[in-house]
Write a new protein. Structure first.
Length: 254
């Protein structure tokens, strides 16, 4: 990037990165001084710094390694060319909501996302999101635990674990042609779902195969509305909920 200040030309050169890279985030870090060899205080600062200062040269992964503790909201809204995926991992940190709109794959491993008020714990409007290892969703909110909206895909990798616990309007909502595909994983839903544990609506698709269900939910197991699709291989009754699921005439459940 160049800036022309009168007759003086100021250059801002990005740092070329040729291999997988890890940036550290710790409660003892400093966002003003964080960098390649110094920890940041917030995950957001690490992502922003990487997008502004690094030039990825066909690199597989940028890992944001987060220490134990609680951290502020994180938004991944830029895309880095030359980078395949962004891994959010650590020592079971809690991040107060994550919003994703990016062309890079985002992978969660051993992280907790929390929501309060009317927020969604994980809100994806554009992105390819994977659960590798474990992802925990907690909250006390009138929003959703997971909300996939417009251009989003969520999948599990290997024997993953997804745990959604707390009070939500809907624990997992998939809308407008978005797809969730969770296979051979442990899916735990516990708490209260004001509307339902899972909702598919407006061509949203949820495909659950070979999973182990756990937990107890007060609320409807699922709602499939307005061309929503829920594929479970005949075990939709195993989705936690105190009320039977519903499927309208335009939708499909198996």
């Amino acid at each position: 990037m160049t800036h022309n200040k009168g007759t003086k030309l100021v250059l801002h050169a990005r740092i070329p990165i040729f291999e997988n890279l890890t940036l550290n985030v710790r409660t003892t870090g400093n966002d003003a001084t964080g960098g390649l060899d110094r920890p940041f205080r917030q995950p957001q600062a690490a992502i922003d710094w990487a997008m502004a200062n690094l030039d990825f040269q066909n690199v597989r992964s940028l890992t944001i390694d987060i220490g134990s503790g609680t951290y502020s909201r994180m938004e991944i809204v830029n895309s880095a060319q030359g980078l395949h995926d962004i891994i959010i991992t650590g020592n079971n940190p809690t991040i107060n909501t994550v919003y994703i709109f990016t062309d890079n794959e985002v992978i969660f491993n051993n992280v907790t996302l929390n929501a309060t008020g009317s927020n969604h714990a994980l809100h994806v409007t554009k992105g390819y999101v994977s659960i590798e290892g474990s992802l925990r969703i907690t909250g006390n909110t009138t929003g959703f635990g997971i909300h996939l909206y417009t251009l989003a895909f969520l999948q599990s990798i290997g024997n993953a674990s997804l745990n959604i616990t707390g009070t939500f309007n809907i624990m997992m909502r998939v809308v407008y042609g978005c797809v969730t595909r969770l296979t051979n994983s442990t899916l735990t839903f516990s708490g209260t779902a004001t509307s339902s544990t899972i909702e598919t609506i407006y061509n949203g698709i949820v495909h659950l195969s070979g999973n182990t269900f756990a937990g107890t939910v007060t609320g409807r197991r699922f709602s499939c509305l307005l061309r929503g699709v829920l594929i479970t291989g005949g075990v939709s009754g195993s989705i936690p909920g105190s009320i039977a699921g519903t499927t309208d005439a335009s939708s499909f459940t198996t």
